[in-house]
Design a protein around this ligand. Structure first.
Ligand SMILES: [Zn+2]
Length: 351
């Protein structure tokens, strides 16, 4: 074992024998009654020195073998020391620049998961396609690429218009350029290492994101459901940003489930939904720039939560809604509807 005291944790000595590791009350650890010499010893927990070697010099630091064993037990038990020898190295394909750009993400991931290299290696192998409104789709794709997702493709056509320009996305210099190439260039500005090519046809996407009106593309949504591709919806409804649901076909509620729930509450919903699917002459779709940025961030977090595995994202069987003017956040629950065909997938899977 090569002990590594997580470098992402700030070390704050409260007195000569009490060490606080980290700042956030939810994660910070307080180590009390540390023996003299612990200061020096902790510097040796840098992930490069074998534990046996540290044990060999512990007495030079004024610590007995028992002191060291006790200290190691406390640190490992608190999850603040990991075995650097057991950690997953970053993907070899990442060059020095990418490693430096991802250093802050890796530090954050080390606090969440311990093995940041393992999470970044998984992200590097992931493939994500983003459909829909460029003002949301391109900043979101750029965020995922910058967070280490290896292959991200923005599906689009036509040329860039002024209304597509957004912070972190397409720029004014992209106007009149073909959208797909401009989106790839925007991602490369944030993450030159990203592979922005279209996803290979035989490889199921790890996630498809539907931004804005793309969620109303019933043909696309039906294809995703039948191919059992996980998809996430993000968009703006008047002055409220909506992220979710994150649909894992057969495992969680889908867009049709939400539609059926609305129909149950409002018998005239089908007439409204039919009109919503069509463009309305003279209508300017409202989308506050700051709100768009906020939902891009929230959607990226939900996407990464799915790609990284672990606890279920909050948008599974629900939506997160961010309302102007002060970005009040609420979660709405959208369970599976008993009449929805997505239940067939679940039954097929279990049967
Ligand atoms: Zn459903």
């Amino acid at each position: 074992m090569r002990p590594l005291l997580l470098p992402a944790l700030r070390r704050l000595w409260r007195d000569h024998s009490t060490l606080q590791l980290g700042l956030d009350p939810a994660r910070a650890v307080l180590l009390c009654d540390l023996p003299p010499g612990a200061h020096v010893l902790l510097d040796r927990f840098d992930g490069t020195t074998d534990l046996a070697e540290i044990l060999g010099v512990a007495e030079d630091d004024g610590l007995s073998r028992d002191d060291l064993t006790h200290l190691m037990g406390m640190l490992v038990g608190a999850g603040v020391v990991v075995d650097a020898a057991a950690g997953t190295p970053l993907p070899a394909a990442l060059d020095v620049g990418a490693r430096h750009r991802l250093a802050a993400d890796a530090a954050s991931l080390s606090l969440l998961h311990g093995d940041a290299g393992g999470v970044l290696a998984r992200r590097h192998d992931c493939m994500v396609a983003v459909h829909g409104q460029a003002r949301l789709a391109v900043p979101l794709a750029s965020t995922l690429a910058a967070a280490g997702v290896g292959r991200v493709h923005v599906v689009g056509r036509g040329v860039v218009e002024q209304r597509d320009v957004a912070p972190g996305g397409l720029s004014t210099s992209d106007v009149s350029q073909p959208r797909p190439a401009a989106a790839a260039a925007a991602m490369a500005r944030a993450a030159p290492q990203v592979d922005a090519r279209p996803l290979p046809p035989r490889r199921r996407a790890d996630l498809v994101i539907l931004a804005g009106q793309a969620a109303g593309d019933t043909e696309l949504v039906d294809r995703l459901i039948s191919a059992e591709v996980t998809h996430l919806v993000v968009g703006v409804r008047d002055t409220t940003g909506v992220v979710g649901p994150l649909v894992s076909p057969g495992r969680s509620s889908c867009l049709r489930c939400a539609d059926l729930h609305r129909r149950d509450r409002d018998p005239l919903w089908p007439a409204v939904a039919g009109q919503l699917a069509r463009a309305h002459r003279g209508h300017i779709e409202p989308q506050d720039t700051a709100l768009a940025g906020a939902i891009v961030g929230v959607a990226a977090l939900q996407a990464l939560a799915h790609l990284d595995g672990g606890a279920a994202a909050q948008t599974v069987d629900g939506t997160l809604e961010l309302a102007l003017p002060d970005c009040r956040v609420r979660r709405r629950s959208w369970p599976v509807h008993p009449d929805c065909c997505c239940r067939d997938i679940a039954l097929r899977r279990t049967g």
